[in-house]
Design a protein around this ligand. Structure first.
Ligand code: NAP
Length: 282
């Protein structure tokens, strides 16, 4: 019998805790905590993400500053905005919603975010610190996965963990976090030879691929902990993960659903990082 990891419930509990932290900060420092959210263009998914992030800020008492630039905004205008936010003391965290329109150099834009305001944890410095095992702002989705595992008391020391996916925003930081937690980590990707054999070794399997129901029961070890990061649409437009939940669940000790698993944790970790950033920066 498997245990369902309830991301929604953990996220709700964490948001109350974060709200207490934010209230305490405001009372002690006599100022607001500020998160700047920059959206360039009209990408409909990005608009929804930004709206949800602003709503989460309201819920935990963080002041959000939203900046909307037109689709054709030049590189210089985006850089100017971000560097202004970088030196603004009212702003504790800066988030540039990705993807940016194709004519913009997103790596260069992100380089204007100071390390201590990089609440997405995507900067070279924060990823480098994570690799060194130093305190830093950690990418929200993989850090949310770690909180979920911690919440359910999943022991990682000595465990064989397999991460499928090596993106800079999910797969790689996920692997580093699991390694820092003393798991023995394998990272798989599209060029991995015999993916099934690698997955079958996993006591903890994290799927971050972006392919609907890609991980099937024959790829999962009996008793594995399965974390599904994927957010895909099936043929009926319904949200589904990278794991074929219905066939896989009975082989697992723990499994996350989609929706209601990793998804609700991501924005919660953004709120967590913004509070951390305010506390680090003093
Ligand atoms: P991504 O940048 O497209 O990376 C996908 C990774 O999967 C790549 O490393 C790719 O390998 C690997 N891959 C693709 N096909 C494969 C195959 N056939 N066999 C093995 N590996 C394969 O995606 P991402 O940004 O990491 O996101 C992954 C998924 O997580 C997406 O569904 C996304 O929507 C979801 N996501 C969810 C949240 C959340 O809050 N829940 C947050 C972020 C992302 P190569 O490197 O070799 O190409």
């Amino acid at each position: 019998m498997y245990t369902l990891i309830d991301g929604k419930a953990i996220a709700a509990e964490m948001r109350s805790e974060i709200k207490r932290g934010v209230d305490g900060f405001k009372a002690e420092r006599n100022r607001e905590i500020g998160l700047a959210v920059v959206l360039v263009g009209e990408n409909p998914a990005s608009k929804i993400y930004v709206k949800n992030k602003i709503k989460a800020c309201e819920e935990v008492g963080i002041k959000s500053y939203a900046y909307y630039l037109p689709e054709n905004a030049p590189q210089s205008a985006v850089e100017e905005l971000v560097s202004g936010l970088a030196s603004d003391d009212n702003i504790d965290g800066i988030l540039v919603q990705l993807p940016l329109p194709a004519h913009l150099d997103s790596v260069k834009v992100l380089s204007f975010i100071p390390t201590d305001k990089d609440v997405d944890g995507f900067s070279v410095e924060n990823i480098g610190k994570l690799a060194m095992g130093e305190k830093c702002l950690v990418a929200c989705t993989p850090n949310g996965v770690m909180k979920m595992l911690e919440y359910y008391g999943v022991e990682l020391t000595g465990k064989r963990a397999v991460v499928v996916g090596r993106s800079n925003i999910v797969g790689k930081p996920m692997a580093l976090l699991l390694l820092n937690a003393n798991a023995t980590v394998t990272v798989c990707h599209s060029k991995t030879r015999d993916l099934k054999a690698e997955c079958l070794k996993a006591e903890v399997l994290v799927a971050a691929i972006g392919k609907e129901k890609f991980i099937t029961a024959d790829m999962v070890k009996e008793g594995a902990v399965v974390i599904d990061v994927g957010m895909n649409r099936d043929e009926n437009g319904k949200l589904c993960g990278d794991v074929d939940f219905e066939t896989v669940k009975d082989k697992c000790s723990y499994i996350t659903p989609v929706p209601g698993g990793v998804g609700p944790m991501t924005i919660t970790m953004l709120m967590y990082n913004t509070l951390q950033s305010a506390l680090f920066r003093r």
